[in-house]
Design a protein around this ligand. Structure first.
Ligand code: TYM
Length: 337
């Protein structure tokens, strides 16, 4: 078993990342123990697919490393690194560009959403982004990739690339790549914006009120929850009553995941309460969840040398694990080195 996953270092870690992916990373790390079975990385190469500020990317990369450690990723048990220190990611992407099909990329919903009507004006990197993502996981022979719902299509793409490559080429008669399985937490696969129940919570949303950042202080968390969009009806006493009420469903889902209770039992207790009563309870649970994470985050961020050392160690280990697959890929393609 090999677990591999990544996150873009663009701004703060938010509740959607945490509940949709990072909590799952920590759980898998804690189950698998300490023999280099889990690799988690900052997708800094992906971050340059959209306009960005170099100074901000540099800062955000270190911040995201600190945030992951604060959330429970232990660099002594997991391999924690950034793509830019492991050239094999970019190399394997190029090698896979010969296998990936334009038609597959054209169907990616993230590409369609981000490019909108202005496809001609987008960077080539935004279009070929899923090929790099495929390289990220295939490089390490990942078997399991913990992600939120929005990344599942990219994982399907990675499987298609692996399958076609294995069909077309082999290394000494054996397939080169393992087909990875996405692992999505059913209860928290898609955390929605606090301002719009139809949009996912996202760091690219221009309104900071749309998301809870892991470093928001308690007052700000309470304010964001109180201002979260809702409808005027009280909470229903059964999950079926949330149909057609996306904002209400999102707040209840967040509460349920954070308290570890099923939605039905949350509603059995809260049914009939208005949001004026429910929101302060949700705010409290959020504040208590985030309190230890933001304290650890701030302490780590003050130790720049330690953060650099963590990423340097993790990257060295990642390069070692990646090398045999990279070598086999070159050989399978007939490239003389
Ligand atoms: P990114 O950086 O947008 O998000 C990191 C992880 O958080 C999940 N996530 C969410 N889950 C539930 N609700 C939300 N509102 C929400 N927002 C984000 C994402 O599904 C993801 O698991 N392309 C990836 C990064 C990446 C990657 C990879 C992931 C690069 N290479 C290889 C896995 C394997 C991305 O931009 O995720």
């Amino acid at each position: 078993m090999r677990v591999v996953s990544g996150i873009q270092p663009t701004g703060n870690l938010h509740l959607g990342n945490y509940l949709g992916a990072i909590r799952n990373w920590v759980r898998m790390q804690d189950e698998l123990g300490d023999d280099g079975q889990c690799l988690f990385f900052l997708a800094d190469l992906h971050a340059i697919s959209q306009p960005h500020e170099p100074a901000q990317l540099r800062r955000a990369t270190l911040e995201m490393a600190a945030a992951l450690v604060a959330c429970g990723i232990d660099p002594a048990r997991s391999v924690l690194f950034n793509q830019a220190q492991v050239p094999a990611h970019a190399e394997l992407q190029w090698l896979l560009n010969g296998t990936a099909r334009m038609g597959w990329l054209n169907r990616m919903t993230q590409w369609k959403d981000k490019a909108g009507k202005n496809r001609e004006g987008q960077s080539v990197a935004l279009f070929t982004y899923p090929v790099l993502q495929a390289a990220d996981v295939l490089l390490y022979q990942a078997t399991h990739v913990p992600v939120g719902e929005d990344q599942k299509q990219h994982l399907e793409f990675a499987r298609d690339v692996a399958q076609k490559f294995n069909n077309d080429f082999a290394s000494e008669g054996a397939p080169v790549f393992t087909l990875p399985d996405p692992i999505t937490p059913p209860d928290a696969a898609r955390i929605m914006s606090l301002r719009d129940g139809a949009a996912k919570m996202s760091k690219s949303d221009p309104s900071d009120m749309s998301r809870i950042n892991l470093v928001d202080d308690p007052d700000l968390v309470m304010t964001k929850v109180k201002k979260a969009r809702t409808d005027p009806e009280p909470l229903p006493s059964e999950a079926a009553g949330l149909a057609g009420r996306p904002e209400a469903a999102n707040l209840v889902a967040i509460y349920a995941v954070l308290t570890g209770e099923p939605v039905d039992s949350v509603l059995a207790q809260m049914g009939g309460k208005g949001f004026g009563a429910f929101k302060p309870l949700l705010g409290e649970v959020l504040v208590e969840t985030l309190r230890p994470i933001s304290a650890r985050f701030r302490a780590l961020l003050a130790d720049r040398e330690e953060l650099d050392a963590i990423l340097a160690r993790g990257s060295a280990r990642a390069r070692e694990i990646a090398q045999p697959t990279l070598d086999r890929t070159y050989a399978a393609l007939g490239l003389v080195r």
